[in-house]
Write a protein that binds this ligand. Structure first.
Ligand code: ACO
Length: 373
């Protein structure tokens, strides 16, 4: 008997990330995510995920310099971004642009550890540039060159808005990147591992992952959360709107999780950030609406919020438009995807499960003229 959706199936051995869905505990290589969110930086986490140990100061500086050096896009990719429809879904743009990047990378089809690590650095550096450049172009603005004086999180916010972020905005965004960096065999990471396990290249694995992340049951939920809150629009309407959605058998975006049967620790952290951002800006609207939605969903369905729920109002408070929330997820998750690809390639075997065949058997072949259906 097949497990629908592969629920509970152990499909790989990994030492990158562990999720305890009963205790609500998440670790990257054995370190609690809450400690990393509090003390680390995205660049440090990237190094940790790729190399399996925390960097020394010199190793961290080297990675930071490497990422800064790779931020620019090849001219044909930037030209393509200019040519693509301004109305395009930013996730479709990202998926297509990443695929195009492979054409201009001399390491493109090389699956050695050395080449794959270089590609991982380029993708980690260039994905934010793609997202920011497309957003500016569709807004009628010129893309901005990356600023080498800025770290990863701050540079993205700068390339997006044209303004250097405040220390608070930079730190909040950096924490968001840390919290989204990896999550074991989530759907997009699994897609990436399946793809490279055929000994296809890293770009193909990441294109598969981006396409998988887009769906509203996965990373696309953060955009759906904000669109839902914007549509509801008022604290007093939250209860009625949520109850109506549930009565119509609709899923409430940002709630429920395949693995967590308690609080997702990332959601807890993001809820706190959402509250602090609301207080510091004197606008608690999205936070209070979110808390009300949380209360109603708990009453009606006993579901906990997942990380996409509170990340939505955090990004919105940072001035980011909702359809960029899922690309921002990719800006972070590229670190985990590439770590998993490196791990898969280090000890590869084709991933090829079986299906439980339940269709008809021993059927006759009926000539086309005689078919009546
Ligand atoms: N709203 C309403 N009901 C829900 C929700 C939800 N968000 N999530 C689960 N349920 C209900 C289902 O209707 C089902 O109820 P039933 O047994 O009465 O039919 C029950 O909970 C179990 O749901 P499944 O779909 O079997 O759970 P599964 O583990 O397959 O799904 C998923 C997990 C996809 C995350 C689901 O909870 C969901 O659709 N959530 C909304 C989308 C979302 O937030 N996705 C982001 C996930 S986190 C991430 O990817 C980063």
């Amino acid at each position: 008997m097949a497990e629908k959706g592969l629920e509970g199936i152990i499909a790989a051995t990994s030492s990158i990330c562990s999720v305890d869905g009963l205790e609500g505990k998440l670790t990257y290589r054995g370190i609690d995510i809450r400690i990393l969110a509090e003390k680390s930086t995205f660049e440090e986490v990237v190094y940790f995920l790729w190399h399996g140990q925390m960097p020394t100061r010199a190793q961290l500086d080297e990675l930071s310099s490497q990422l800064k050096a790779c931020r620019e896009l090849p001219a044909p990719v930037l030209a393509a971004l200019r040519a693509w429809p301004k109305t395009a879904n930013p996730m479709d743009v990202l998926r297509t642009a990443v695929s195009m990047l492979s054409l201009y990378d001399k390491d493109g089809a090389d699956t050695s550890r050395e080449a794959s690590t270089r590609i991982a650095a380029r993708l980690t550096a260039q994905i934010p540039t793609i997202v920011a450049a497309f957003h500016r172009l569709r807004s009628g603005l010129e893309p901005l060159a990356p600023d080498p004086s800025l770290r990863h999180a701050a540079n993205f916010l700068y390339m997006l808005t044209g303004e250097k972020p405040s220390p608070t905005a930079e730190r909040v965004f950096d924490i968001c990147l840390i919290l989204h960096a990896d999550h074991e065999l989530n759907a997009s990471t699994f897609a990436a591992r399946v793809t490279v396990a055929t000994l296809s290249d890293m770009y193909s694995g990441i294109v598969a992952a981006i396409g998988t992340l887009k769906g509203p049951l996965h990373g696309g939920a953060n955009t759906a959360v904000m669109n839902m809150l914007l549509k509801i629009g008022d604290l007093n309407k939250v209860e009625g709107a949520i109850k109506e959605m549930l009565a119509n058998k609709q899923r409430i975006p940002g709630f429920g999780h395949r693995v967590y049967k308690t609080w997702d620790p990332r959601a807890m952290w993001l809820r706190q950030i959402a509250e602090e951002l609301g207080k510091s800006t004197g606008n608690m609207k999205w936070y209070t609406m979110s808390r009300k939605a949380e209360e109603v969903v708990w009453q009606e369905k006993q579901l906990y919020p997942n990380l996409d729920f509170y990340s939505a109002s955090v990004y919105y408070k940072l001035g980011i438009p909702p359809d960029l929330f899922t690309p921002i997820f990719a800006i972070s998750r590229i670190s985990g995807w590439t770590a998993h690809i490196l791990e898969q390639l280090a000890d590869n075997r084709l991933i090829r499960p079986r299906a439980d065949y339940v269709g008809p058997i021993d059927q006759p072949y009926v000539p086309i003229e005689q078919r009546t259906n």
